[in-house]
Ligand binder design. Structure first.
Ligand code: NAD
Length: 292
C-alpha cells in the first residue's frame, strides 16, 4: 500500500510556486496577488482564510484580507466584489463560504469576474470545466487530479466510482475523470444518497473517490483488492484525548480499507492540504493569463 501524501505533495507544489514567483520578481514582473473576502466571525472560516493568506506570504504572493462584519448587506458585499473585479493589482480573489444567511450565495458567486475566480465556482468556469476548456478547476478536485498525477496512478480505462454529488467535489470529480485528459479517460459511476446497492458498485471499482461527510462510511468489505482510494471527507469527531477535544475522521474506515488498497489518502494529510496549494496554483495561473 502506498500512502498518497498530500502534506508532502502540497509542500512540493508550494516550493515550485515559490521558485516561479522568485523568477517573476527577478524579471521585474508583478508577483501574483490574491485577495480574500470574509463576512462574519465564524471561527472555522477565519482559520481557513488566515491559512490561505499565510500560504500566500510563504510563496511570495501579495495578499489582501478583507474582513467584513456579520451584518454586512448583500449590496455592500456585491460592491466590495466589484471593487476587486476592477482593481488591476488583484489577480484573483475568493469569497470565503459559507456566507451569513441573509446573503444569496449564488448572487455573490455570479458577481465575481470569471477571470479572477480562482475558486472556480462561477457558473462560467464550471461550464468551461465541463467542456474541458481553459478555466480555474476548483481547488479540491484540482488537488485530487494533481495527487493522482504525481503518484502516477493510472486512470485511463479504469472503473472509477465517485460517492457524493456535491457541486464542489463529487460532481466535478466525476466530470473531470471521465474527460479526455492526462488524469482522466476513466469510466465513471457517480453515486449518491439515492443509489441502490452501493456496495455492489464500489466492489467493482478500481478507484473510489469518497466525498460524503459520513465518518468511516466506506468499509473494507465494500472494496476489492488493489483499489485506489481518495478520501475527501473531513468530520470532527469528539475525542477527549486530544487537546482540541476532537479529531478529524474521513469517509473511509482507514485501517481495513488500507489493507486492501494499492494507494490511499490519509485523513488528515491527504486531500485537505492539497486545497490551499491548488488555490495558489490557480492564482499563479490567473497572474500569468493577465500578464500574457
Ligand atoms: P455534501 O455534504 O454537500 O454532500 C454529501 C453528498 O454525499 C451528497 O451528494 C449525498 O448524495 C451523498 N451521500 C450522503 N449519504 C450518502 C449515502 N448513504 N450513500 C451515498 N452517498 C451519500 O458534500 P461535500 O461538500 O462534497 O462534502 C463531503 C465531505 O468532504 C465533507 O466531510 C466535507 O467536509 C469534505 N470536504 C473536504 C474538502 C477537502 O479539502 N478535503 C473539501 C470539500 C469538502
Amino acid at each position: 500500500m502506498i500512502l498518497l501524501d498530500g502534506k508532502k505533495t502540497s509542500a512540493d507544489i508550494k516550493e515550485e510556486i515559490a521558485l516561479e514567483v522568485g523568477a517573476l520578481k527577478r524579471n521585474e514582473k508583478k508577483a501574483p496577488h490574491l485577495a480574500a473576502i470574509i463576512v462574519g466571525n465564524d471561527g472555522a472560516s477565519l482559520t481557513y482564510v488566515n491559512a490561505k493568506v499565510k500560504a500566500c506570504e510563504r510563496v511570495g504572493f501579495e495578499s489582501t484580507l478583507i474582513q467584513l462584519p456579520e451584518e454586512t448587506t448583500e449590496a455592500e458585499l456585491l460592491n466590495e466584489i466589484e471593487i476587486l473585479n476592477v482593481d488591476n493589482d488583484i489577480d484573483g480573489f475568493i469569497v470565503q463560504l459559507p456566507l451569513p444567511k441573509h446573503i444569496d450565495e449564488q448572487k455573490v458567486l455570479l458577481a465575481v469576474d470569471p477571470a479572477k475566480d480562482v475558486d472556480g465556482f462561477h457558473p462560467e468556469n464550471v461550464g468551461r470545466m465541463a467542456l474541458n476548456l481553459p478555466t480555474f478547476i476548483s481547488a479540491t478536485p484540482f488537488g485530487i487530479l494533481e495527487l493522482l498525477d504525481r503518484y502516477e496512478v493510472e486512470t485511463s480505462g479504469k472503473n472509477v466510482v465517485v460517492i457524493g454529488r456535491s457541486h464542489i467535489v463529487g460532481s466535478p470529480m466525476s466530470i473531470l475523470l471521465s474527460q479526455k485528459r492526462k488524469v482522466g479517460n476513466a469510466t465513471v459511476t457517480l453515486t449518491h444518497s439515492r443509489t441502490q446497492n452501493l456496495e455492489a458498485i464500489t466492489k467493482e471499482a478500481d478507484i473510489i473517490v469518497a466525498a460524503i461527510g459520513i465518518p468511516e462510511f466506506l468499509k473494507g468489505n465494500m472494496v476489492k483488492d488493489g483499489v485506489v482510494v481518495i478520501d475527501v471527507g473531513i468530520t470532527r469527531v469528539a475525542d477527549a484525548s486530544k487537546k482540541s477535544g476532537f479529531r478529524l475522521v474521513g469517509d473511509v474506515a482507514f485501517d481495513e480499507v488500507a489493507e486492501k488498497s494499492s494507494f490511499i489518502t490519509p485523513v488528515p494529510g491527504g486531500v485537505g492540504p492539497m486545497t490551499i496549494a491548488m488555490l495558489l496554483k490557480n492564482t499563479l495561473i490567473a497572474n500569468k493569463r493577465r500578464n500574457s
